[in-house]
Design a binder for this molecule. Structure first.
Ligand code: YXS
Length: 264
């Protein structure tokens, strides 16, 4: 059965066992609360229609897959910008907890928290010219604990450190070598390649998909962390989001100028 549904910022299509969620939120798909709510609603629709493989994508030909967290929605009043209920965190958990495999089909550039959103998918298939940039350091934002762990689960420590410290786009090929991206294909092949893989996955057991996905999630989160270590990390993050640099990072972005960070 084929169906198409348009929400405010996403379009969903289901075609038998495969569903596609297309981000359609302006030129850069900034992860606003509205977009996140729509992604979560679309994932629920996929679950209710027992879709066996979900493809998450931007509109065909997109220059920007997603510009990451909507900077205009980041708090600037001394509140933690990436708490448990922040929209970005909710979107990541929705994808991680979804019972069916989710494939990120990436063309264009992926920024900041959108990299984590893509990496939280079960597979990543990227166009040859796709790029990925981790940008908390560019904006003075303290990335949160589970987000940092999510990066480490898919990419090695040195790659994560280089991407965070330099805050520069990295090519899909580079991430494929590190195992972050499953396949890199010419942009014109991206859709047929992804659909063919999705169809192959849809022919195997959805029950096994569901339990193996949850087993791997539980194992991936099995990190003992004593309360003192947790409190230390929270104190480090508070030091950043209470800093002038955090305010300057957001202000500079909105004023379209380079930030002047003073390390405090
Ligand atoms: O000036 P107008 O109103 O047209 O708006 C501009 C940009 O301000 C807006 N825009 C965004 N608005 C909110 N949140 C964003 N993340 C965001 N990114 C862009 O979109 C309009 C067009 O942007 P413009 O003129 O720069 O377009 P472009 O094609 O020249 O460049 C597109 C980008 C995506 C390369 C560029 O906009 C850019 O570098 N955006 C910021 C990417 C980024 O650093 N995102 C991280 C956001 S914070 C986050 O995700 C995490 C919390 S963290 O940083 O910790 O990982």
């Amino acid at each position: 059965m084929h169906s198409t549904r348009s929400l405010a910022t996403v379009v969903t299509t289901t075609d038998g066992s495969i569903g596609t969620i297309t981000l359609q939120h302006g030129p850069v798909n900034a992860l606003s609360k509205q977009l996140i709510d729509d992604i979560c609603a679309a994932m629920e629709q996929m679950d209710s229609e027992a879709v066996q493989v979900v493809i998450l994508r931007a509109a065909p030909g997109a220059k920007v897959f997603s510009a990451g967290h909507d900077v205009r929605e980041l708090p600037t009043n001394g509140r933690d910008p990436l708490t448990y209920n922040d929209p970005l965190r909710q979107a990541v958990r929705t994808i991680e907890n979804h019972p069916a495999p989710v494939i990120a089909m990436v063309e264009g550039s992926v920024w900041g928290g959108a990299c984590e959103l893509v990496m939280s998918c079960d597979l990543v298939i990227a166009a040859k010219d796709a790029t990925f940039a981790l940008t908390p350091a560019k904006l003075g934002i303290p990335y949160n604990l589970s987000g940092t762990l999510n990066f480490l689960k898919v990419a090695g420590m040195h790659l994560v450190k280089e991407m965070v410290f330099a805050a520069q786009p990295v090519t899909a090929d580079r991430l494929a070598i590190s195992g972050v991206v499953n396949h890199v294909v010419p942009r014109g092949q991206l859709e047929p390649f992804t659909l063919a893989l999705a169809r192959r996955i849809a022919e195997t057991s959805p029950l096994v998909h569901r339990i193996v996905k949850e087993e791997l999630r539980v194992l991936g989160n099995a990190h003992p962390l004593n309360p003192e270590a947790y409190e230390r990390i929270q104190a480090l993050r508070r030091e950043v989001y209470d800093s002038n640099d955090y305010q300057e990072g957001i202000k500079a972005f909105l004023e379209k100028r380079k930030p002047v960070f003073r390390g405090k």
